[in-house]
Design a protein around this ligand. Sequence first.
Ligand SMILES: [Zn+2]
Length: 293
Amino acid sequence: MGGGGGNDRLIHGSADAAQQQDFSKVDVKTTALGKNTYMLEGAGGNVTIAVGTNGVIMVDAQFAPMHDKLKAAIAQITKQPVAYLINTHYHGDHTGGNAAFAKEGAIIVAHQNVKNRLVNPPAGANGQTPPASPPEALPVSVFSDKTTIAVAGQSAQVIHIANAHTDGDSVVYFPEANVLAIGDQGGPDRYPNISAGGGIDGMIAGTEAFLKLGNAQTKIVPGHGPLATKADFQAYHDVLVKIRDRIVKLKAAGRTEDQAVAAKPLAPDIQAQQKQDDAASERVVRAVYQTSK
Ligand SMILES: [Zn+2]
């Protein structure tokens, strides 16, 4: 799920959302990012693909019912199969397509905690625990810190970001194309979305880490929302720091979590700047209060 937008509750988890949404009406929009890389938007998290001469590296796979449409969109670009599917984290709007792509030969790559969470999912924002993923949907190539994946002509640096959106996040950098896919680390007009095992401090540190990759021209594909730049994410980082500082200040002054919420520390300026409402601000104050040191 994404970063604090109004749809987060709807798209959180997988089975619920998949039942609520009519995927037949969704079109996949393909945006060329240069050097045979593309961003695919449909329903669920954004997908990034890097096309080599003997296979495709894919980042995230949206909801399960999107598989055929994503496959068709990729077939418009290349005859090569998806060789690797990297999951940026375990949420169903990014991993729903795992089983179907794996069945067609894709090797699923993810941080070890993605596998753990898919096997033993925590309760979602609606309080319901989604079903465990079937074995065929699980990552078969797991890592703990970083790994590199390659097809002919493309490589992907997969780098773990600790305890940020979740406890199994990765960002994926494609050096040949200077494209960076960051999963649900946030973005312009969003609030930090802190889920299973995530935290505000990890999100800030993680943003600092991935901003060191590439250069000023790097194209950033966020988990949700439009294509972004490093300048966008430097600004987002600075908002994260402001959000944390205001809430930590209340915590340090001895306010309880409810008192911190009542103080509305993000209103009106940060809330307006990120185009968010009171309910979203309350969720962020609680999440930051609970996860900040
Ligand atoms: Zn997510």
